[in-house]
Design a binder for this molecule. Structure first.
Ligand code: 5AD
Ligand code: SF4
Length: 447
């Protein structure tokens, strides 16, 4: 391969971030070198997201800008969900594009690059044949202490608003041995925290007929030496069975955090969304989780302005939020996605109403987030130090087991280690703290 350097721009979720890590790994294996400055790259890959219309516009505009500033002779490929959706239509939108690869073509990227170098004209590789071979590519983590591990691909749930099942294919779980081998190998390379990825990790194992597969997997990972923290994302509430909930109490390295998208608090809307649970079912699961694992951090996703959502429905969402007091929430205005069931529904909500509802909801959530963070003031948290803090040159930043950011004065040599930090001040997006002295740590452990 003649190409010397490459640059990858990633949009979207953690699954995309990990897909990009895997592409980078494959390109490095072919002798290419990653560069941080796109202008110096011989090959640029843009990994796109399609979840909302805004995400697509951002990716197209960024790809256009990268093409304008690029070196002569540059090769550019576009991948990810928008590439899967648009295929050859991208050729009309982006002059100078060389290839498009879909969500199941990651393993073939080096081959596509080679074909372009050999003179192939525009190539489109977007077949969705359920091929899961790329899922297990052992990727270089972007970070020293933590890594993503894909445990499944695709989604069979067909939530009415969501385009993912059309773009990432059927749900396929990776074999358990492959997952465990990958995590052991990461641990052997100094990784201490893994985040298991899938559109709905709670149903891990279903595609090979294993009931309770996810809790069995978590228990196995719980035995792997060197792995201090295990996280997972994302969970579908309908598949959050009790055996999974009990893992939070029983498995030491499983972090006390669950991201559990509720989407709406109104049963009428949940039904139209095809979520297959009620707000009562959701609340009962939250209560059970808190009973099994007091202090568990629960975050969520909420959509406002789903077609037909009335003021009363919206009020029900706020009501559920007031009952639960989520630790954090990502909230979105509903965005029509081509081909989905919701696209065909009547009762579309105007942008101004969606905007107003989003503002009200976010103000309420900010209050709850701050309140939850304040509950940690005065307490001690175990923090893995990740690097320098963005706020101050003399501070380091790290994360608690519940994934909250903590800034505190410390020396850079502590990067990568686990330290005990007393929380002195809570903010909306982070915590501030001070490290315990060795004597304090000793007293704290012997209490
Ligand atoms: N419009 C708005 N938000 C959406 N999400 C998924 N599809 C849409 C859409 N069409 C949100 C959901 C999901 C998160 C990843 O993105 O809340 O959980
Ligand atoms: Fe989309 Fe629903 Fe699948 Fe999540 S579970 S990826 S929201 S269809």
């Amino acid at each position: 391969m003649k190409q010397k350097s490459f640059y990858i721009k990633t949009f979207g979720c953690q699954i995309n971030v990990h897909d990009s890590e895997q592409i980078a790994e494959l390109l490095i294996r072919q002798g290419l070198k990653p560069v941080k400055d796109a202008k110096r790259a011989d090959l640029i890959i843009v990994n796109t997201c399609s979840i909302r219309e805004k995400a697509e516009q951002k990716a197209i505009s960024e790809a256009g800008k990268l093409l304008k500033r690029a070196k002569p002779g540059l090769i550019m490929g576009i991948g990810g969900c928008m590439a899967q959706k648009e295929g050859s239509r991208l050729l009309r939108k982006l002059n100078g594009l060389d290839f498009v690869f879909g969500t199941q073509a990651i393993g073939r990227v080096p081959d596509l690059v080679r074909r372009v170098q050999e003179g192939a004209d525009f190539i489109v590789d977007t077949s969705l044949n359920g091929n899961a071979e790329s899922i297990g590519i052992l990727a270089i983590p972007g970070q020293k202490t933590s890594a993503f591990v894909s445990i499944m691909q695709g989604c069979d749930n067909y939530c009415a608003f969501c385009v993912v099942p059309y773009l990432r294919g059927r749900e396929i779980s990776r074999d358990m041995q492959g997952v465990l081998d990958e995590i052991r190998s990461l641990a052997g390379n100094g990784i201490r925290e893994v985040t298991l990825l899938g559109q709905n990790v709670n149903s891990y194992g279903k595609s090979f007929g294993r009931e309770g597969g996810f809790s069995a997997l978590l228990r196995q990972i719980g035995q792997i030496d060197g792995i201090e923290r295990v996280r997972f994302t994302t969970s579908h509430p309908k598949d959050l069975a009790e055996d999974i909930m009990f893992c939070f109490a029983e498995i030491e390295n499983l972090c006390e955090h669950i991201h559990l998208p509720v989407q709406s608090g109104a049963d009428r809307v949940l039904e139209k969304m095809n979520r297959r649970y009620t707000s009562g079912d959701y609340l009962a699961k939250v209560e059970k989780l808190r009973e099994i694992c007091p202090g568990i951090c629960i975050t969520t996703d909420i959509i406002v302005g789903f077609p037909g959502e009335t003021e009363e429905d919206f009020e029900k969402t706020l009501e559920l939020m007031r009952k639960i007091h989520f630790d954090g929430a990502f909230s979105f205005k509903y965005s029509d996605r081509p081909g989905t069931a919701a696209e065909k529904l009547e009762g579309k909500i105007s942008d101004s109403v969606k905007g107003r509802r989003l503002k009200v909801l976010q103000a309420l959530q900010d209050m709850h987030t701050l309140e939850r963070n304040r509950e940690l003031e005065g307490g001690i948290q175990q923090v893995i130090v990740e690097g320098a803090s963005k706020n101050s040159g003399s501070d380091m930043m790290g994360r608690t087991r519940t994934n909250r950011i903590v800034n505190f004065p410390a020396e850079p040599h502590l990067i990568g280690s686990t330290v005990s930090v007393r929380i002195t001040q809570a903010y909306l997006h982070s915590l501030r703290g001070e490290m315990l002295s060795e004597r304090e740590v000793f007293q704290c452990c012997c209490k």
